[in-house]
Design a protein around this ligand. Structure first.
Ligand code: NA7
Length: 545
């Protein structure tokens, strides 16, 4: 599918990444008649779904919603097999989209963009890659994803390990056979919680190394009945409209009641119903103040804790698995299939790293303060340098050759999560300061890409060559994003939302928490107001002076 490129071309747009964001950006921007080149580090399309091939990987937004909405024909022709599609099926879907819209001819695979430098004289981006490409583009669209910069603990001693080790976010394409092996999984976020039950069924013994116990909800995944799917497809437009009008861009009704307004027995009944329905939204939308009021949150948190105690037979193991150090949903809640039940198996051991931290990796396994856990294979489900990592791993330089990493040294600064002052004609798809990871990513991506495409059309129609966020608009946006976050319980958790999972990363709440509809209407107003908060310029991008 990969197309060779002239390595020193002049382009209208370079798009970095061929996941959901990059593919849709290519489709829309090429449709405007622009010359577009996509560079993708992987050997195929899919982004997150290309790399995260670990056992049990699946989406935790329902597939009928976690899919493109831009093409009614595509919606109708694709059939999902399960409520939550497994990774291979999502990857097949993305490949289908790439083929259907003939996207491959403008994508160069196995190519990592190493630098994007803005040339102020020419008003163009110079983009270079690890394959020797050196192209010039008027616009640069970073569709690098929010969770694509994998982090493995900085353990020098890992090199000494005699077995194999893997990161869930960089899983080998040929898969891993754990049969008969002693396996250690480090990390109990979504990737750990999805993979642990599957690995436990294969491995001779599984040791789970847990630093922070997590809230996890049952997925209740099931095959999608043809009737259900047909019904959704018959009303797809209204489902999509409902999604766009909901806080998380997922079609659920907004809760109206406060948790403590309801009698305890009734509250418990509702939590039980949500638990039985399964899914993230069932529980998070039970009451409207769960993420705002600690006392309200405690009721949901305590309900989930009671479920862990019910499921896990050994009370000591249950206690270690019970989250108590952060409010429910202030870390991304996980969806699981048999996660807590897995700890009732004879071949599974839980290690509490709070009590017995990892000291080092030794040739035969993992050494904690309690001794060596002998292992054949280690799986690091240790997460990502979220949201900023994928951008800062590219050497992006704006006006005055200033690196983005320097500008963002105290945390990301964007206007609308889509642009950053001093970096003209650079767009970020679902960047920090946008709803992104707090919403249905595919719908959030479409909204950003549509906004960018409309913006480029506006510039062309009005004789502008350049657009750049003003410092004032950016400052006001950053303040607004922080104010919204500080009114919630989110800052109370050491989460990747807060950048707290990466040593040395500034502690700043990364996504926009005002809700998808409010965000979209702000973006629409900005555009309708002649791109308020941006400076538009004819010819090479105009500077501050
Ligand atoms: P997460 O959610 O960041 O989870 C990573 C897990 O790894 C988490 O339990 C971490 O504990 C643990 N971790 C990270 N570093 C270490 C070290 N050094 N030692 C021990 N344990 C460690 O990543 P996922 O891949 O599971 O999920 C990412 C998102 O993908 C998810 O939220 C969904 O949106 C989809 P911690 O909690 O930091 O103490």
């Amino acid at each position: 599918m990969s197309a060779p490129t002239d390595r020193s071309r002049r382009l209208d747009v370079v798009v970095v990444g061929a996941g959901f964001g990059g593919l849709y950006a290519l489709h829309r921007l090429r449709g405007l008649g622009l010359s577009v080149q996509v560079y993708e580090a992987g050997s195929g399309v899919g982004g997150t779904w290309f790399w995260n091939r670990y056992p049990g990987a699946r989406c935790d937004v329902e597939s009928l919603e976690y899919s493109y909405s831009f093409s009614p024909e595509l919606e109708q022709e694709w059939d999902w097999s399960e409520r939550y599609a497994p990774q291979p099926e999502i990857l097949r879907y993305i490949n289908h989209v790439a083929d259907r819209f003939d996207l491959g001819r403008n994508i160069q695979f196995d190519t990592r963009v190493t630098a994007a430098v803005f040339d102020e004289t020419l008003g163009r981006w110079r983009v270079t890659t690890d394959q020797g490409d050196d192209v010039s583009a008027r616009f640069c669209v970073m569709a690098t994803g929010c969770l694509s910069a994998a982090t493995t603990p900085d353990l020098q001693s890992l090199r000494s390990f005699r077995g194999d080790w893997y990161h869930t976010g960089q899983w080998p394409h040929e898969g891993v056979d754990f049969s008969g092996q002693r396996v250690g999984v480090v990390g109990t976020g979504s990737s750990g919680i999805q993979s642990i039950p599957v690995i436990a069924q294969q491995a001779s013994h599984l040791v789970v190394f847990q630093r922070t116990p997590n809230f996890s909800l049952p997925a209740r995944n099931e095959p999608l009945a043809p009737d259900t799917q047909a019904e959704v497809k018959a009303g797809y437009r209204s489902l999509r409209d409902a999604a766009r009008n909901s806080f998380s861009a997922i079609a659920v009704s907004a809760p109206t009641e406060l948790a403590l307004q309801v009698e305890p027995a009734e509250r418990r009944r509702r939590y039980e119903a949500a638990w039985a329905r399964g899914g993230l939204m069932s529980m998070t939308t039970t009451f409207r103040d769960l993420i705002l009021d600690k006392a309200a949150n405690d009721t949901a948190a305590e309900f989930i804790r009671s479920k862990i105690r019910e499921i896990v037979v050994d009370p000591d193991v249950a206690r270690v698995l019970t989250p108590t150090d952060h409010p429910f949903a202030t870390k991304r809640p996980c969806l699981d299939t048999g996660y807590f039940e897995t700890f009732n198996r004879d071949n599974v051991t839980l290690v509490d790293l709070r009590q017995t931290p990892i000291t080092e990796i030794v040739p035969t396994g993992i050494l904690t303060t309690d001794g060596v856990h002998e292992l054949d294979t280690i799986v690091f489900a240790t997460g990502f340098d979220a949201m900023t990592g994928p951008l800062l791993r590219v050497d992006i330089r704006g006006r005055g050759d200033r690196p983005l990493s320097d500008k963002w040294s105290a945390g990301p600064r964007t206007y609308l999560g889509i642009a950053t002052a001093g970096f003209p004609n650079l767009f970020i798809v679902t960047g920090p300061g946008s709803p992104s990871v707090l919403s249905n990513m595919v719908i959030a991506i479409e909204q950003h890409v549509d906004w960018i495409a409309d913006c480029l059309s506006f510039l062309a129609a009005n004789g502008f060559d350049a657009i750049e966020a003003t410092v004032e608009a950016e400052d006001a946006w950053v303040d607004h994003v922080n104010q919204l976050a500080n009114a919630t319980l989110f800052p109370r958790a050491n989460s990747w939302y807060m950048g707290a999972n990466v040593p040395g990363k500034p502690r700043v709440f990364l996504p926009y928490v005002g809700g998808f509809p409010q965000y979209c209407s702000t973006c629409d107003d900005v555009a309708a107001d002649g791109y308020r908060g941006f400076r538009l310029a004819p010819g090479p991008a105009a500077g501050d002076g």
